[in-house]
Design a protein around this ligand. Sequence first.
Ligand code: C2E
Ligand code: CA
Ligand code: CA
Length: 684
Amino acid sequence: MATDWHAREIGTAGGGDDRVMPRRSRPARPGEGDTHAASRGTPSVADGLRQWVWRLISGDCELVDAAEFDRRLVASYQVMLQITLMAATVYYLVKSVTYYLVDGLTGFLLLGSISLIIAAACAAVARELSKRAIGRRELELRGLAMFLMIYLALVAHQLYHFHAVKLILFMLLALAVATASISHAVTLFSFATCTATVLFFAGQAGGDVRTQYAFVAFAAAVVGFCLTAMTRHSISREISASLVSDWLRAEAEYLADHDMLTGLPNRRQFFRRLNAMLADRDSADAPIGLAIIDLDRFKDVNDTHGHLFGDEVLVQIGQRLAQACDATCFVARVGGDEFAVIVCEAGDPASLVHCGQRICAEIEQPVRVRGYDLQVSASVGMALEETAGSATELLGRADYALSRAKDQEAGIAVFDAEMAAERSTVSAIEQKLRHCDFDAEIHFLYQPQTDVLTGETRGFEALARWDSAEFGPVRPEVFITIAERIGTISKLTESLLRRSLEAARAWPEPLKLSCNLSIRDLESPAAVDAICRIVTESGFPPERIEFEVTETLVMRDYEAARQALARLSALGAHVALDDFGVGYANFGHIDQLHINTVKIDRSFVARLKDSARTARVIKTMIDMCATLELECVVEGAETAEELETLRALGARNVQGFFYGEPMAAGEIPAFLARGTMRRMADVG
Ligand code: C2E
Ligand code: CA
Ligand code: CA
């Protein structure tokens, strides 16, 4: 069955195939539900008094859920009654024998048989209590029935032959009930009945017996009250503690599995669920689909509105995804602004794309936070489990598709055979780059930057080239990005910088060397140290070096970049903002980042012939540089017409194929000589 994302607007709690998609709500905090002490409205004096007495005998159980508390209380008293009845069984078995020994056969037949019946009844009820849990009312009734049976046996004994001393047994019975009975009513009833009976028999006996047993009854009542209170108190405390610890355990489990901000399942639970689903799946089942959703430019939302605002946006988007997700999907937050959706019955790639479109449409609905309407968009990378064996592999594929989705306008990509081939090349390149001898394998070409007014060369930008024996020529964007990801970029930059400085030493003054830096080079103080050291050791004048950084990269870790660029400036080197105009161009950054030069991205020149407006945009940027006293280099001039237009717009420095494609270091002297000749011819 193809996924019908949003086919039903189903809430997040429960529902659907719980075997596949159990959803767990946060455990209720003890005290969140109905509580023993829950005061509905302001408590009256009588309520307060009742609560005080309750606490005295039951312990402080304000924090526990009343129904669960009661269930556990009944269970505890069930055990107590069971133990008491087992003791009574033994007692009455022994007693029936003593009747025979003391009273002979007649005594045994009259009283011993009653003892045997009581022993059998106690044993039967004790056995039943050990087998199944019963309710409070049933427990009360059994307790009462047992009490009455034993009580009547005691009465029968006293009637058969009275023993004043055995009147104490009534009070012992009442004390046993006080300890083992869950019901205060039964306890009170047993005390009242036993006390009245004792006083009756003692009154009949007269004399000292009456007075003594009046005291005994009084003492037993006091002890009985104490026993009831102490037993109930300690049981209640233990139950309260166990409820709190159960809640803490449930809460800890919940926290371990859920994202605290959105309440959605977290990465840990996501992986567990995905692994379980992959393991459960058999070949006849529809494939499982995985979507990784990354919010576009979410960092901007945080930067512009603050992190608390960003958090609220994430919460709303998380809720929306969860609500839109039916029981065949599983939504989790797997990273800062990344969500994942597992689709149980994903169908084919087309229905997966449809699902991705639904997700995007859902996210693109305006989010209202603090009265502000914000529109967020997302990129979605998707993969189908057909051959991907493990959760990690499936996630890797969806992640790869996500990186492709980010480059596409549609913002949705499903991992396919082409991506699979690309990905395996990338991972082979990755392997190679980890152990690559950069000095031996990667070389430089140098592209001139030319002053369009004088025709003089301003300098050269060093551009890395890798002609791999294994993969052929690899584009710098590709291997630089991979080197950044696997953390070898600083080593690469150092090697490139050292060699290009060495080459530039041969150039006549005041020709500049432009070197590209990656954000990774700026993020680490150790990498900046190494760059400064290489510059100093090279002996090349720092003021003839221009480090190029792109604004988009700088914005990834603005503060680190700002500090690093300040250090390079302090060294005397210049800083150029590369690819200007396509990122989040912000003049404030130019000021703070110690920028000396702005390089207008070559996409503007490429659009010159199609749009008159582009010319005005380029002019604005050139004028802005002039106002800010920055140098300006326009990139990408390929034709004489483009150059003429740029000249008319006031451009001074141009880098592009018109003046020269990137060339080997050995070709530079000839290139410079040709330039000099041309200028001389022009003058002539
Ligand atoms: P970039 O810094 O913007 O370099 C300019 C790119 O534009 C170069 O591509 C260059 O060959 C190309 N280009 C120059 N003029 C023209 C033109 O008239 N038309 C067209 N179509 N293209 C032109 P390349 O060498 O492929 O470099 C691509 C990117 O790779 C560079 O863009 C830079 O971001 C990065 N890169 C290259 N070498 C290095 C390096 O050593 N370190 C670092 N971190 N990045 C490098
Ligand atoms: Ca550059
Ligand atoms: Ca550029």
